[in-house]
Design a protein around this ligand. Sequence first.
Ligand code: CP
Ligand code: NVA
Length: 327
Amino acid sequence: MQSVIPFEQHKMKIKSKHFLTIGELSSEEILFLLNEAIELKKIQKSGRSGSVLNGKVLGMIFEKASTRTRVSFEVGMLQLGGHAIFLSSKDIQLGRGETIEDTAKVLSRYVDGLMIRTFEHEIIETFAEHSSVPVINGLTNMHHPTQVMADLLTIYEHKGKLTGLKMCFVGDGNNNMCHSLIEGAAKVGMNISVATPNGYEPNKTIVNKAKIDAKKWGSTIEIDSNPVKMMKNADIVVTDVFASMGQEKENHQRLIDFEAYQINENLCKYANDNFIFLHCLPAHRGEEVSAAIIDGTHSVVFDEAENRLHAQKAILKVLMGGSSQKE
Ligand code: CP
Ligand code: NVA
């Protein structure tokens, strides 16, 4: 297990009450949360349990399917001494037209924190605006910040550093994972290259803001349609599904558009020899990644999935329970 990431660590609070995007956090806040996650992982691996969220309740609204996010948040709350309530939008009045504003106001009267997985990013912004308790983004069409905290933790564990590495994302540049990875890389001084077909480029506002963060470190953000060019000398290779949740009708067209964007042994020849492969999962073997890569020696996808638990416990602890690093 890695020791903490060296930086000027003060006991700090996250400035924002909510956790909606990586871009809203400072570099120091990200490193602080990662160090919290490393500590919490050590505590859990040593068999000790926590009580920092004793008696606290997290409400979790899901408007889309989930395995990892649901289970890791629920287990994380339990391990910190609290409790989580799963709320499928199909089963609550939100699914029958109750407004997001009223839902946020009502649920904040019962629980100490809310996590929501939804469609348009504006929905979670409205939800947070009307919630009196912290709101955590469990995925929107635009962002998947809790996943990227787990990804940074995984990279740090395997590479021993974050700054100066090169990450290459191949696939849908305009999806939630790519956006949050661009923001995350820029915040920690990691170079990122994105290989995506024309027409699937990442959101320009996100890229332009991330470029300001990257400039502080002297790191780069490259976007190009040529996967070989983008892959050269990558330390970290990442992909995601070609059609995200809500884009099922585009599946056929996307399989055609992304044909040349599979992560496989041929493409990975251009990466550094000791590259690691990340995928937030669920994966489609034979589409965005070959079985040889995702099930091969470079893949760290199950460490990455486990780290959802540890990274999110840090977020829960800091947002809902205070900022001290020790139990
Ligand atoms: N990676 C991820 O968010 O997985 P789930 O959709 O299963 O939650
Ligand atoms: N981009 C994917 C991520 C799933 C965790 C989606 O939104 O479906």
